[in-house]
Write a protein of this length. Structure first.
Lengths: 117, 111
């Protein structure tokens, strides 16, 4: 299947700082990317949907000024957690869909663990 | 988006066939049914997807009755490495393809 890669896989940052997580589609052009957050033993929660070249659409309750999403190219989307706090510590996962070979299937990245201390 | 309901957990012995059934009563005409597998601290891995009837790949089979209000993921001869959470999702065949995750089914394979 198509490959979606996230970086970094783990990151620790100090409270009040910002951290950026990258999501890349390695072998297809991602017209749409999605960002999820998952707390331990819980399901994935959709945070936002982003289409290449346009502003992200955030789910209700997700602060767009805190979770900045940029989808500047067809292969890269970034999630920046600004002014991070310990409660932002979570597993962040991106997914992408695009044209062939991804077709109409959505593929997920490996996830990124964020720990705010 | 159609809501899905699936068992919270299932146990199976190694080598057995496992069938996980998911209900999606309000599935829309152009919705697809898709299943993902997730191991701890990993992103979901695509298993199988179909619109109607049946599809089989190297990993699993997906059975969908005519009314499409439910679907069954069949895993042949499970092994310990199949222990994971399995998510049944319904996604639109048009638009953003947004996926909304439910709680999934925690499959535990026992030696």
């Amino acid at each position: 299947g198509a490959v979606v890669s996230q970086h970094p896989s783990r990151v620790i940052c100090k409270s009040g700082t910002s951290v950026k997580i990258e999501c890349r589609s390695l072998d297809f052009q991602a017209t749409t990317m999605f960002w999820y957050r998952q707390f331990p033993k819980q399901s994935l929660m959709l945070m936002a949907t982003s289409n290449e070249g346009s502003k992200a659409t955030y789910e209700q309750g997700v602060e767009k000024d805190k979770f900045l999403i940029n989808h500047a190219s067809l292969t890269l989307s970034t999630l920046t957690v600004t002014s991070a706090h310990p409660e932002d510590s979570s597993f962040y996962i991106c997914s992408a869909r695009g044209r062939l070979p991804s077709g109409n299937t959505i593929y997920f990245g490996e996830g990124s663990w964020l720990t705010v201390v | 988006l159609a809501k899905t309901t699936q068992p919270i957990s299932m146990d199976s012995y190694e080598g057995q066939e496992v069938n996980i059934t998911c209900s999606h009563n309000n599935i829309a005409t152009n919705d697809y049914i898709t299943w993902y597998q997730q191991f701890p601290s990993q992103g979901p891995r695509f298993i199988i997807q179909e619109y109607k009837t049946k599809v089989t790949n190297e990993v699993a089979s997906l059975f969908i009755p005519a009314d499409r209000k439910s679907s069954t993921l069949s895993l042949p001869r499970v092994s310990l490495s199949d222990t994971a959470v399995y998510y049944c999702l319904v996604r639109s065949g048009a638009g953003s393809y947004q996926l909304t995750f439910g709680k999934g089914t925690k499959l535990s394979v026992i030696p």
